[in-house]
Ligand binder design. Structure first.
Ligand code: GLP
Length: 240
């Protein structure tokens, strides 16, 4: 794994953008695997600014998102579908029909997972952006998820519900389950770009880079990927 340590969040975001821009320029029809959360917002801001200032086009770009809360409709303010529109898609020239995310409202969860897996089978990500949970989760693959997992419905851990409750009015409003790409779907990406900032990620980053490769720390599977870049700020890198 290549590790790049930056002074702060802005530098982390700028570095991540450099890599993203390289992928988009190399292939204007690239498949971008995208993530939600606070961590990639700076990367997305750089993409939007560059699109406005330099006209980089996303017209033929296709995207696949990692995960979505179960039970939230796409227009719900806390849904990940909404997050992606607000923070990225609405400000680019990307075609909405080329953006993909699990349907949190699917009445038949098994067939929704099958639909998403079939889609991913035909859409290898040129780059997959990831954040990391404080317990070492990636997407919503919580500790104990098999490395061979594909898209599935997951019961969120108490620690993830607590971490994510900051974006909801009340902790009771955080959905208890979610659809998520599995670790195998993530590992199929040609390139992985994982971002982490802040002291609360230091333990997870240690597990990602230096810990044992174990299903107890889902992010540790990335040690087995042949083109994975971690960009993190000094606080998140404190234990490396
Ligand atoms: C959520 C998402 C993950 C994300 C993680 C970290 O649980 N499902 O994809 O990486 O939170 O979020 P943040 O970037 O806000 O710290």
């Amino acid at each position: 794994m290549k590790v790049i340590v930056t002074k702060n969040y802005d530098e982390m975001s700028a570095k991540a953008f450099e890599i993203m821009l390289g992928v988009v320029k190399a292939n204007p029809r690239a498949v971008l695997g995208l993530a939600t959360g606070s961590t990639p917002i700076g990367l997305y801001r750089n993409m939007v600014r560059d699109h406005k200032e330099n006209g980089t086009s996303y017209r033929e770009i296709r995207t696949v998102n990692l995960d979505e809360y179960a039970g939230l409709p796409a227009d719900h303010a806390q849904s990940y579908a909404h997050f992606m529109r607000e923070n990225l898609f609405d400000m680019l020239d990307i075609r909405k029909e080329n953006t993909n995310i699990e349907n949190g409202m699917a009445s038949d969860a098994a067939s929704e997972c099958a639909r998403y897996n079939a889609l991913l089978d035909g859409m290898q990500q040129d780059v997959q952006v990831l954040g990391i949970g404080s317990n070492g989760h990636i997407a919503f693959n919580e500790p104990g998820t098999p490395f061979g997992s594909v898209t599935h419905v997951v019961e969120l851990t108490e620690s993830t519900i607590r971490d994510n409750s900051r974006l909801f009015d009340r902790i009771e409003d955080v959905p208890r389950s979610a659809f998520t790409m599995g670790l195998k779907n993530i590992m199929q990406a040609k390139k992985i770009l994982i971002l982490a900032n802040g002291a609360n990620k230091a333990d997870a980053v240690y597990g990602l880079v230096k810990g044992e490769v174990t299903e107890k720390v889902p992010a540790s599977v990335l040690q087995l990927h042949n083109d994975c870049v971690l960009i993190c700020d000094e606080a998140a890198a404190a234990r490396l």
